[in-house]
Ligand binder design. Structure first.
Ligand SMILES: [Zn+2]
Length: 370
């Protein structure tokens, strides 16, 4: 079968490789599920891996099959798989257990191991292939009504984790009734985050770098009742004068200095969720006394979040369905670029590398027709 792979840590090595088709028996204890890949999303992570910034090949291979945002159809199941049947639609999660206690109880998203096992990213092949095989434990069933948008489930799962953990941590108070949220970053993750907050009834203010005029993502935000402002035109501090302090803030810009500005924009008892992976060594000057005092005197909270476990994928399925009920057709507008066939990987990476010029939100492969 065909797959799209890179040589990790070398720039621009993305190519088509030929591999053996996986078998249900590759997974122990009769728990294997063979899945025909229908769609695979591509994102900044795939771009950065192809840039040679990170990525690790599985043991015994000198290449890594890319792809972590997936949707597929079950074609065969092992004898101990009762929860899936041939023809079911599924999305697979990304991280597999390592060795820490969190990994052993199915919370590998909270691992304390330094080495990750992530499909399409680190030590495990990904989903940019015609088929994959996986244990039923790591698959989530997709209702037919949301198939068209289900390739967005994996990125949404990251947000589901962040927001649900914010609510869990906020049980430190007897009552927390947040009203406003700010979202820093308006790419795929920012749009999905704004949606997730809107589905929970928040007043949402989203901030990106682009000018408002002609910015399609801002049109989308306004369609679901969120505001959009460009941080080139209004500072985070001035946005607080306009909208008030935010009860919840989700940071997903990839630009670390904004995290410190966000700290100053948080309401009393509010929560700041950090999700940007910033691999550089950028430095910034901050009003340390002021921020520290605000956090202490206002019982403010900040935490980081990465990856997602099964439960967050399941929450995401519900939010995809709720989104269709509340804002029908909105998520489909995020699927801006469909590329048919794995052999057209060059096109996918061209679009990824020039996302702004292409006005791309989500680019994805259609490997097989739904
Ligand atoms: Zn991704």
């Amino acid at each position: 079968m065909k797959a799209v792979a890179v040589t990790p840590k070398q720039a621009n090595t993305v190519r088509l490789v030929e591999m053996d088709k996986p078998k249900v028996s590759d997974i122990p204890n009769g728990r294997g599920v063979l899945v025909e890949v229908l769609r695979v999303g591509a994102c900044g992570t795939d771009r950065e891996i192809n840039n040679g910034e990170y990525g690790i090949a599985p043991e015994g291979f000198d290449f890594l099959v890319l792809g972590h945002e997936n949707l597929g159809r079950v074609v065969e199941t092992g004898e101990n798989v009762k929860e899936f049947q041939k023809g079911d639609f599924v999305v697979a999660s990304v991280r597999r257990p390592g060795h820490s206690i969190y990994d052993l109880i199915g919370e590998q998203d909270m691992t304390t191991d330094d080495d990750y096992f992530e499909r399409g990213i680190s030590r495990l092949h990904g989903y940019m292939a015609e088929f994959y095989v996986e244990s039923a434990d790591w698959l989530v069933k997709i209702p037919p009504a949301i198939l068209e948008i289900a390739v967005l489930l994996e990125p949404l799962s990251i947000i589901e984790k962040g927001i649900s953990q914010a609510f869990e941590i906020q049980e430190r108070m007897k009552i927390w009734r947040p009203k406003t949220a700010a979202v820093f970053g308006t790419g795929t993750v920012g749009l999905l985050t704004s949606l997730a907050f809107r589905l929970r009834g928040f007043e949402v203010h989203a901030f990106g770098k682009d000018k408002r005029e002609g910015y399609f993502n801002a049109d989308l935000l306004e369609e679901i009742g969120a505001t959009y402002d460009s941080t080139m035109e209004i500072s985070v501090a001035d946005s607080v004068k306009k909208y008030g302090e935010y009860d919840a803030i989700f940071e997903c810009t990839g630009y670390s200095p904004i995290a410190f500005q966000a700290m100053e924009a948080l309401n009393q008892n509010g929560v700041l969720i950090l999700s940007s992976v910033t691999g550089g060594d950028r430095k910034t000057e901050v009003p340390a006394d002021k921020i520290n005092q605000q956090f202490v005197l206002g019982n403010r909270l900040m935490f980081g979040t990465v990856n997602a476990n099964r439960e967050h994928f399941e929450m995401g399925v519900k939010d995809l369905a709720l989104s269709e009920a509340m804002y029908q057709g909105w998520l489909k507008k995020m699927l801006t670029h469909k590329v048919e066939g794995l052999e057209n990987f060059g096109k996918v990476f061209d679009i990824l590398n020039n996302a702004a010029a292409n006005k791309a939100i989500k680019v994805y492969f259609e490997v097989n027709k739904i």
